[in-house]
Ligand binder design. Structure first.
Ligand code: FE2
Length: 326
């Protein structure tokens, strides 16, 4: 059985093809890169509408399968930017209807967890999902994927990007911040914004910019932002693991490429006799293969959707999904 998945919640349009053994036959993607400023949802959607058909063709080529070999068409139903979601949902519907195949809408956040379980050795992890638009700590308990902690304002990656723009580092600032942080050593005072199990990042950015205005070194600002934010993420993840007694932590999302974040989470896991798992980079970032694989699990567990039910949901909550495949 072969599933094709289309991802398009934010800046990435991706098309993945997987088989029922979780082999990734193709995982093609194209990222919208704004010339200046952040993601404009309409422009990102226009980008997706330009690239989605070529990406489908390329994915089929790479996988070495024909259009007719696709058994199920899956797509990212939410959460995400409305225009982007609607664009890829339209592509998925057109493909499913023209091929006469079932269509499955997938929760994007859950798909980060499912691909991690499929492609690493973990079985029942707590997922630390840290990306541009999302920051959540998720795990499966009592029949659903529950959110144990999440950002109350913006995703951590979004904060890094905004901070990077303000500091003149350009867009996709995460790697640049990481590089500068490695040269920093002075821990500046920033708000440690853990609220119960939730997190907030925008105040940290404001405080960091105040430090910059006072003449602190860029390197020390990046170092302090990383140390503070990653300590917050690690703390919430650890508390979730302790609360539900899980011995595995899985990383997902673009921000987990950061080596300092990994080392902090790994140390926390080691200290509590747990293990950390990280999928390969192309399966960590937003991609079509994770959508295809989660759609495969859902379809095989009997999930069926009418076209009416494939309406996108910008605020699709992880814990709304009725999980029938575990
Ligand atoms: Fe994501």
């Amino acid at each position: 059985m072969i599933c094709l998945g289309i991802e398009g919640t934010a800046h990435t349009c991706g098309v993945g093809i997987v088989d029922d053994k979780a082999n990734v036959l193709a995982n093609e993607l194209d990222m919208y890169r704004p010339e200046k400023g952040g993601i404009h949802p309409r422009e990102a959607a226009n980008h997706h509408s330009d690239v989605v058909v070529p990406l489908i063709r390329k994915a089929l080529d790479v996988a070495g399968v024909g259009m007719r070999d696709i058994d199920v068409v899956c797509f990212s139903q939410g959460p995400g930017l409305g225009p982007c979601l609607r664009t890829v949902a339209t592509a998925a519907r057109a493909l499913a209807i023209s091929l006469g195949r079932p269509i499955v809408g997938v929760n994007h956040c859950i798909s980060h967890l499912e691909i991690g379980v499929a492609k690493t050795d973990c079985t029942d992890p707590v997922l630390l999902y840290a990306s541009g638009g999302n920051t959540q700590v998720i795990s499966f308990t009592n029949g659903r994927y529950r959110i144990f902690g999440e950002t109350l304002d913006i995703g951590i990656g979004n904060m890094f990007d905004k901070l990077g723009r303000e500091l003149g580092l350009g867009y996709y600032a995460g790697p640049k911040i990481e590089k500068l942080a490695a040269e920093g050593s002075k821990l500046l005072d920033l708000p440690y914004s853990v609220k119960g199990m939730d997190l907030a990042f925008s105040g940290i950015m404001t405080a960091a910019l105040v430090h910059r205005a006072r003449g602190e070194r860029l390197e020390d600002i990046c170092f302090s932002v990383q140390e503070t934010c990653f300590a917050m993420l690690t703390e919430v993840t650890e508390r979730a693991m302790a609360h539900i007694e899980k011995k595995e932590v899985l990383l997902g999302g673009g921000v987990v490429q950061n080596k300092r974040l990994r080392s902090m989470v790994k140390q926390m896991a080691n200290d509590r006799g747990a293990e950390m798992f990280v999928p390969e980079p192309r399966l960590c970032i937003d991609n079509g293969a994770m959508i295809a694989w989660t759609g495969m699990l859902m379809h095989n567990a009997g999930v069926r959707m009418t076209i009416d039910e494939t309406k996108v949901d910008q605020r699709y909550r992880t814990d709304e999904v009725v999980v029938t495949w575990r």
